[in-house]
Design a protein around this ligand. Structure first.
Ligand code: GLA
Length: 386
């Protein structure tokens, strides 16, 4: 891969690349819409991801090119940068902007990206390119930030430069992911444990709804606001910083404060989903995949009924999985509103599953879904020098 990219770099920039980096995408096994509520999430990095090759130039510009997109940009170096449109290069530009806020001035740069994460599918192609760029520039220019600084910086890019009020889960998983392990991350303290993700007889199938994700960002921000409202209502009587400081039992004592039925539903999801992650971590530790699978289904149901972020596409996939004898658990992963579902599927059944699901999905939804099986991979890293 890197040799091919090095050739492509030379062809486009007429100079050799001097360093190469890789960052993965991620799936979240369970704990959805929990990170911005200060609870536990359980993501892992996947082996699909984004590559970056770079070299400085003497032209006082930053050039952003990608093998995936025709759109490219030549941005004169400046003190600050602004997001200009919806192009892919806003993500790395945002990273350079944030790094410069910390007292660094980027020199002229030639950057070439390539990614094999399906874009807009909820597998964190954006966190991947953010963390990749932050890690690469930090490493190449010896900026001295640690991995957690880079994760936080990448989150600021998403929140302030791009304008999505997302939590820290995606950037964290992309940076700290480990092969064959899930992270159990406390999004309040940012402490995490790694849990061996031994799927035994099963594989993690990822099913892309291929639904165009218009309005996904604004609906996401709406959910964040609803949780904020819930927190304010609860804080009339108690004093908590995050919804996930409550468990289901404690919430019942304060339910009367949640007058708005929508807010009540959102808060119920958050609190119960956080409880489920505790149980899921125990199940995974004990190697009880069946129990883990049941929790996945329960998570999906709650995201459908209480959090209302699934929709017919994701529901069709998960309903199919419930009836399919060789799947023991399935749920949407990521923000929802389209994107991907994940399923614990019996090894060897991949083809049959794909064939049957494709038929059902196409008939009901009107266009095909896509099925991938990725391994659980490592976090961001430098590749061997060019
Ligand atoms: C998106 C966001 C994450 C997280 C998930 C939902 O992936 O980027 O921060 O909130 O949605 O769990």
């Amino acid at each position: 891969m890197t040799a091919q990219l090095a050739e492509a770099f030379l062809e486009r920039y007429h100079q050799p690349a001097l360093a190469a980096y890789f960052a993965p995408g991620r799936v979240n096994l369970i704990g959805e819409h929990i990170d911005y509520n200060g609870g536990l999430v359980m993501p892992c990095a996947i082996t699909a991801g984004t590559w970056l090759l770079l070299a400085p130039n003497n032209d006082q510009v930053i050039r952003f090119k990608s093998i995936n997109f025709e759109e490219e940009s030549t941005t004169p170096i400046a003190k600050n940068y602004l997001k200009t449109n919806t192009a892919w290069y806003n993500y790395p530009l945002g990273v350079i902007h944030e790094l410069q806020q910390l007292d660094w001035q980027s020199p002229g740069l030639d950057l070439l990206y390539f990614g094999n994460i399906p874009i807009g599918s909820g597998l964190s192609s954006s966190a991947s390119i953010e963390v990749l760029t932050a890690f690469a520039l930090n490493d190449y220019f010896n900026l001295g930030y640690d991995q957690l600084d880079l994760v936080k910086l990448s989150k600021r890019v998403e929140n302030h430069f791009i304008g999505v009020n997302s939590g820290i889960m995606d950037q964290f998983a992309v940076a700290f992911g480990e092969a064959d392990k899930a992270l159990v991350l406390n999004c309040d303290t940012l402490k995490y444990k790694v849990v061996k993700c031994d799927l035994g007889e099963y594989v993690l199938a990822i099913i892309n709804t291929n639904k165009p994700r218009q309005l996904a960002d604004s609906k996401y921000n709406e959910r964040v606001e609803e949780c904020q409202k819930g927190l304010e209502a609860l804080n009339q009587e108690i004093n908590i910083h995050h919804l996930c400081e409550l468990n289901a039992e404690k919430l019942t004592l304060h339910n009367h404060l949640l007058h708005d039925p929508i807010v009540h539903k959102r808060v119920s999801h958050v609190v119960k989903e956080n409880d489920r992650v505790h149980l899921a971590a125990k199940a995974l530790n004990a190697g009880d995949l069946e129990d883990f699978g049941r929790l996945m289904y329960a998570s999906h149901q709650s995201l459908k009924e209480l959090y209302e972020v699934t929709g017919p596409e994701l529901d069709t996939i998960v309903d199919f999985c419930r009836d399919y004898p060789n799947v023991i658990g399935a749920r949407m992963t990521g923000a929802g509103f389209g994107g991907c579902a994940i399923a614990l599927l019996k090894k060897g059944m991949e083809e049959d599953f794909a064939q049957q699901l494709t038929e059902v999905y196409q008939t009901k939804i009107g266009y095909p879904a896509t099925i991938y099986v990725y391994a659980i991979g490592n976090g961001v890293k430098r590749l061997t020098d060019q």
